[in-house]
Design a binder for this molecule. Structure first.
Ligand code: TLP
Length: 344
């Protein structure tokens, strides 16, 4: 196969020529000693975009989330998480492994947890019971097929958190996709949370990196935790330079990904074996159920692969397609033709 159309994730995006140029020319210093001006610029810009005091550059989204939880909590405490959240399902148990806190897992309506349910599950510490100290929300919600969690719901959650003096962390890996879908500024989403993590290495197309943003004292602690986990990086301005290009040149482009995902969803929804409601596709992730009389999920993925289409199996009977910078309209059309050829 000469060329694959790679829909497995937006993490596969390659850096742009401007990113490579910026990386080659980046002014760098030892960031652990606080000397890297390119990293500092990226951190300042990120904090400004989210309307918060400070930010710290992280090697990955997973480290951003794990450091946030470690910095906000102590042992013998509990964290409220959504049942299908990335933090709970896909981050190798760092809540228990690193922070040694207990996840309290709540169901949701497409990523939106019921504020009353949250309030009922907030626990005051006693000799028997862990104290709830943090609520984690995710927007867009990956496993709910890129659903946007409504701002009103998040504001209600914020109110409950304030009432009980609990912190809120937003896993905003794809917060710019949410903002494009709703036309609500990212700052408004960030305002409901004490801390926000967003990824540079997904739709924004930087090769590596995520930002953790929040109050200055929290970020100072996050820097210490990052170092303790081995995430202190030296002349990392080389990578931060690509992040700066991502934030200055790639944010608007993300809306194309949302549009292409919708196009794909509308086209494949009617094919035999596909269980998908296109009205639920709001951003760049299309997760659909697969139940075909002739083909298993892995057989179908193999058949797609033979036609140069890559996608991911995300559960026993579910497949995921993600749109991003490196799949264009032609790739989407190629995928739709492959569905037609294999399934009809
Ligand atoms: N998600 C990846 C995989 O881990 C599944 C993907 O391909 O979608 N929060 C959310 C909502 C995410 O989707 C991801 C990555 C992360 C955090 C973690 O980011 P990284 O991969 O940089 O550790």
């Amino acid at each position: 196969m000469d060329k694959y159309s790679d829909f497995r994730s937006d993490t596969v995006t390659r850096p742009t020529p401007n990113m490579r140029k910026a990386m080659a020319e980046a002014i760098v210093g030892d960031d652990v000693l606080g000397d890297d001006p390119t990293v500092q610029k990226l951190e300042e810009m990120s904090a400004g975009m989210m309307g918060k005091d400070a930010a710290v550059f992280m090697p990955s989204g997973t480290m951003g989330n794990s450091v946030a939880i470690k910095a906000w909590t102590r042992e013998l405490e509990e964290v409220i998480v959504e049942a299908k959240s990335h933090i709970y399902n896909m981050e190798s148990t760092h809540m228990t492994f690193i922070s040694r806190v207990l996840p309290r897992v709540l169901n949701s309506n497409r990523g939106a947890m019921d504020p009353d349910d949250i309030e009922k599950n907030i626990r005051k510490s006693s000799v028997h019971i862990p104290k709830t100290s943090l609520i984690c929300v995710e927007n867009t919600h990956n496993n709910w097929s890129g659903a946007v969690v409504p701002l009103d719901n998040l504001k209600e959650i914020r109110k409950i958190a304030d009432k009980h003096e609990i912190k809120v962390h937003l896993d905003g890996a794809r917060i710019f996709n949410a903002s494009h879908a709703t036309k609500i500024p990212v700052k408004d989403y960030a305002a409901i949370a004490d801390s926000v993590m967003f990824c540079l290495s997904k739709g924004l197309s930087a090769p590596i990196g995520s930002m953790l943003i929040g109050p200055r004292e929290f970020i100072d602690m996050a820097r210490r935790v990052r170092k303790a986990l081995g995430g202190g990086m030296r002349q990392v301005g080389i990578i931060a330079a690509a992040g700066l290009v991502a934030l200055t040149e790639m944010v608007d482009r993300i809306q194309e990904d949302n549009i292409r995902a919708k196009k794909l969803a509308l086209a494949i929804a009617g094919f035999p074996g596909i269980k998908l409601e296109p009205e639920f596709i709001q951003t760049n992730i299309v997760i659909f159920g697969f139940n075909h009389p002739r083909l298993t999920v892995s057989e179908f993925l193999n058949r797609l692969n033979e036609r140069g289409i890559l996608a991911l199996q995300v559960s026993k009977k579910e497949i995921r397609f993600v749109t991003h910078k490196d799949v264009d309209d032609e790739d989407v059309d190629r995928a739709i033709s492959a569905f037609r050829a294999i399934l009809t």
